[in-house]
Design a protein around this ligand. Structure first.
Ligand code: KIV
Length: 281
């Protein structure tokens, strides 16, 4: 597998701190929005060099905390990782996911939790899963100073009702997804993640809304793309087919761990150069 790419690296556009209006203004632009997840300060620092947006996704429950899905993620998880990412990010727009159970009950509960995320992390925006049923909540938050990124199509927090992580391919439900995207836009979302949908549906959603669509498993017919960082660098074993691996960090780490263990066992580490010498006072 090749880990190099022939495509251009850094964008030619000089980068200023990304704001919500500037992000939304990229709708339909020539240059797709580059988005990645990050959960830690150093990864955020590395991703920040290229990304327009960093998402502190609730996928951290699976990727970092070994959970089977995202349902067990708490406000405390999101705030702790949000704070870490904010220490590493500089230019990218940082968006923090609202975990399952923190926003569905009422717009008021959603405001309390979203404002806590913004106060305690310093991030700019929150993301929440849901379409038409979440429109009143999105309207409530957006009208009170909380920028909302919506998330439609495959919604991992609804895996129990959907019977798993199911991509939306069946044409019978396409109109529902389009209606969801239009509803979140109308309610005031500044952008919408479109996850796990057929290419033609992604195209229709993108053409039907005036806010940027950010695709994950949703083809190139979106205004931007996002992947989970660990999936993209080859550090998470189970990945969906839509993930392209740009590195193989797992192999590099396994190799480093095994060489370290071997050198500790045969006493070749620590060597002279890793050892402090006594100093006379
Ligand atoms: O939690 C997550 O990482 C997401 C995706 C859009 C990447 O919601």
């Amino acid at each position: 597998m090749s880990t190099t790419s022939s495509v251009s690296k850094k964008s030619d556009t000089p980068r200023k701190k990304m704001t919500v209006p500037n992000f939304t203004a990229r709708k339909g632009g020539d240059e797709p929005l580059v988005c990645l997840t990050a959960y830690t300060a150093h990864v955020a620092h590395l991703v920040d060099a290229e990304a327009d947006m960093i998402l502190v996704g609730d996928s951290l429950g699976m990727v970092i905390h070994g959970m089977p899905n995202t349902l067990g993620v708490t406000m405390e998880h999101m705030i702790m990782h949000g704070q870490a990412v904010m220490r590493g990010a500089n230019k990218a727009l940082v968006v923090v996911d609202m975990p399952f159970g923190s926003f569905e009950e009422s717009p008021e509960v959603a405001f309390r939790n979203a404002s806590r995320i913004i106060k305690e992390t310093g991030c700019t925006a929150i993301k929440l899963e849901g379409g038409r049923e979440m429109a009143p909540t999105i309207r409530h938050l957006a009208a009170r100073g909380i920028p909302v990124m919506a998330h439609v199509g495959l919604m991992p927090q609804q895996m129990n009702t959907a019977g798993g992580f199911k991509a939306v391919r069946d044409e019978d439900v396409w109109e529902d997804v389009i209606a969801d995207a239009k509803a979140v836009e109308e309610a005031g979302a500044f952008s919408v993640v479109v996850e796990g949908v057929a290419e033609k549906l992604a195209d229709k959603v993108t053409k039907n809304v005036n806010i940027p669509t950010i695709g994950i498993g949703a083809s190139a017919k979106c205004d931007g793309q996002i992947l989970v960082f660990e999936d993209m660098i080859g550090l998470f074993p189970r990945v969906p087919t839509f993930v392209k691996r740009y590195g193989n960090m797992e192999d590099m780490m396994v190799d480093a761990i095994s060489r370290y263990a071997g050198e500790v066992r045969d006493r070749s580490f620590p060597a002279e150069e890793h050892t402090y010498k006594a100093k006379k006072s």
